[in-house]
Design a protein around this ligand. Structure first.
Ligand SMILES: [Zn+2]
Length: 512
């Protein structure tokens, strides 16, 4: 005990307000780090250390954990994940929305061999499993196919997955009935994993989708999470009142359902999101064939028109901005109305639907959809069961026009929704980025500033922390984070990204 209290430490942080990730009020304490572990938290006068960090005026918090990240390509091209580091994120969890590498062991091996700055974990995707067994077909699985899927799910858990992600909105998850997902969920649950869902629908049928997500947890016997919860389409705004009631009622009867969210009024996904689900069966080649048949094209276009009017388009093609197109870099940042006008026609919804078809025919694009109401954002954020997750990626700085959530999610919550709007207390905001997602993932040695925990620590200025990335100028790092320590090493020191790459692959509860 004496040694723990007097050092020597490798790093000693003094004078900071400690917000420990549990939600408890801040307190002054020094933090002594030895190796990759927090050795002591308390007033440590006279302690010695190799590196002393003056934390006066700053908050010391556990490194933030992003439970929904699309970082699996970017981690190899930008191994510092600077966009994440600059807002205090020290762990990202990949494999969301039903999509993951499969098998995951060789992929995690490759990440483990790459020097990276943040910790990296993954879910296994239900869509990836289904694709592996059945391809991208629109039919029910046979009992034998379900057995094979269960085998792949179990293997993924042994390989280190933290649970099962679904993307029931996307091909091929959209072809899977709930019962099929529940069969996989039972396997995952027995092995300590959770279920996290990009729901089947987030607009007019969002209530049914929430019910389905809850049912997967209830009948699958595992924790279940509504990921990036939002209400899309002006005519559906306000439905978060009802979705949150469903969550509360489920929890009251013992179903462990939780939520995560990014703090923006726009979403981002492929331009194919405007298309009817049936049109996407079989992948891009089949889509192009369908669009070449006039009758099918007309049916597809009718749905796109509806979706621009009432769903992700929120009534105006201007609300749909291109993030990136593989076939034409110059389209990044333009909206569907502008691109339609560039075709030489009026930017009506009808003409914009033709534009969307053309873009998809050429190979598809990712897009940003401005169709979420601020009141729903705030209401969902205030639910005690909501944690923060970016749904972002690791962009190459300056390339394309990604959703600003990749750069700003965590800093935006602390800057806008804590400091400016007082929607959350600082302690509660930090909890939703650290202790809460850690507990969700059963990452029992992270997410809290306590002796014995891994030393993932962020030091930030509570008066300055904030996002700078906007939809027009997304490539801007967040500000206010001064130091980031990952596994006991500085990944950011005095506002500068270091040459250390202390990130590790984290393995789930059934890893063998
Ligand atoms: Zn998603």
């Amino acid at each position: 005990m004496l040694r723990a209290q007097t050092g020597p430490y490798d790093i000693l942080i003094t004078g900071a307000k400690v917000i420990d990730g549990s939600g408890t009020s801040w307190y002054y304490a020094d933090i002594g780090i030895r190796g990759d572990t927090i050795a002591a938290v308390g007033l440590l006068p006279g302690a010695t250390a190799k590196v002393r960090v003056d934390g006066r005026g700053l908050v010391a918090a556990p490194g933030f954990i992003d439970i929904h990240s699309h970082g699996r390509r970017g981690i190899f091209t930008v191994p510092t994940a600077e966009n994440y580091l600059r807002e205090g994120v020290t762990t990202i969890v990949e494999g969301p929305d039903g999509s993951s590498p499969l098998p995951i062991a060789p992929f995690l091996d490759r990440v483990a061999k790459t020097p990276i700055s943040v910790n990296f974990a993954t879910f296994v995707g239900q869509g990836a499993i289904r694709d592996n067994v059945m391809g991208l077909v629109n039919r029910k699985a046979t009992p034998e196919e379900i057995e094979r899927m269960k085998g792949l799910a179990a293997q993924a858990m042994r390989d280190g997955a933290f649970g099962l992600s679904t993307g029931l909105y996307y091909v091929p998850g959209n072809f899977a009935p709930t019962e099929e997902v529940i069969e996989l969920a039972k396997v995952i649950g027995r092995m300590g994993g959770i279920h996290i869902s990009h729901m089947r629908e987030e607009a007019a049928h969002v209530l049914d989708s929430v019910r389905e997500t809850i049912r997967i947890g209830e009948e699958g016997g595992l924790p279940t999470q509504i990921t990036h919860h939002k209400i899309i389409g002006v005519s559906n705004w306000g439905q978060s009142v009802e979705t949150l009631k469903l969550v509360e009622a489920a929890r009251a009867r013992g179903v462990d359902v939780t939520i995560d969210q990014y703090p923006y009024t726009a979403s981002s996904t492929g331009i194919a999101a405007l298309f009817p689900q049936w049109a996407l069966e079989g992948g891009q080649k089949s889509v192009v064939e369908r669009l070449a048949a006039p009758e099918q094209r007309a049916k597809i276009k009718a749905v796109i028109v509806q979706n621009i009017k009432f769903d992700r388009g929120a009534g105006d093609p201007k609300n749909i901005a291109i993030a990136s197109c593989g076939f034409d870099r110059n389209l990044a940042g333009k909206n569907l109305a502008q691109i339609t006008r560039d075709r030489g026609v009026e930017p009506t919804i009808d003409n914009a639907a033709d534009t969307a078809i053309e873009l998809q025919q050429k190979g598809g694009c990712s897009a940003v959809y401005h169709a979420i109401g601020e009141e729903d954002v705030v209401r969902i954020l205030q639910s005690p069961f909501t944690m923060i997750a970016s749904d972002g990626e690791i962009p190459v700085f300056g390339q394309a026009a990604p959703h600003p959530r990749s750069y700003g999610t965590f800093a935006r919550v602390l800057g806008v929704y804590v400091r400016e709007k007082h929607v959350l207390t600082l302690e509660d905001g930090v909890r939703r980025m650290s202790g809460y997602p850690a507990a969700r993932l059963k990452l029992w040695d992270r997410g809290l500033l306590r002796p014995g925990m891994k030393a993932d620590v962020v030091l930030f200025d509570p008066d300055k922390i904030g996002d700078r990335a906007t939809f027009d100028k997304p490539h801007q790092y967040s500000v206010g984070v001064r130091d980031v320590i990952v596994n006991g090493k500085f990944a950011v020191k005095d506002d500068t990204v270091t040459t250390e790459r202390p990130g590790q692959v984290l393995y789930g509860p059934s890893h063998q």
